[in-house]
Design a binder for this molecule. Structure first.
Ligand SMILES: [Zn+2]
Length: 131
């Protein structure tokens, strides 16, 4: 998950496609990703929860060694307006590699005014992006 965030941050579209589950890739994805990484400046990632992958016994007969994982995260960006992606993402591990499957968008997290700003400035939220 963190490696995919880093790939978004660095504009590594090949990695983003390679780690997207093959059944979930779509036409025009590369162009959409190229556009996204060109116009979005990622500011920070917070992993809020992880559920480590369990061997899936229900489908285990056909997918030897398949494991599933869930990660809840919030990632902050400017494009140029500040925004965030708050999502519960599903991953599946096949052949020793994790693939992003899909995710559920969650409501934005609103920091408390005295919390450190999410952009990494070191200022309090109320004195930075919370103004
Ligand atoms: Zn800020």
């Amino acid at each position: 998950m963190r490696s995919r965030y880093t790939a978004y941050h660095q504009g590594d579209v090949d990695y983003l496609i390679a780690t997207h589950h093959p059944t979930q890739r779509y036409g025009g994805q590369r162009a959409a990703l190229v556009q996204s990484v060109a116009t979005t400046r990622w500011l920070g990632l917070r992993v809020l929860a992880t559920e480590a992958g369990q061997t899936s016994d229900a489908r285990g007969a056909s997918q030897e060694g398949e494991r599933q994982g869930v990660v809840e995260f919030v990632a902050y960006y400017e494009d140029p307006k500040p925004g965030q992606v708050h999502e519960r993402s599903r991953f599946v591990r096949q052949k020793e590699r994790w693939f992003y499957v899909d995710g559920d968008a969650l409501p934005p997290l609103v920091p408390k005014r005295g919390d450190p700003c999410w952009c990494g400035s070191g200022k309090k939220y109320k004195a930075c992006h919370g103004r």
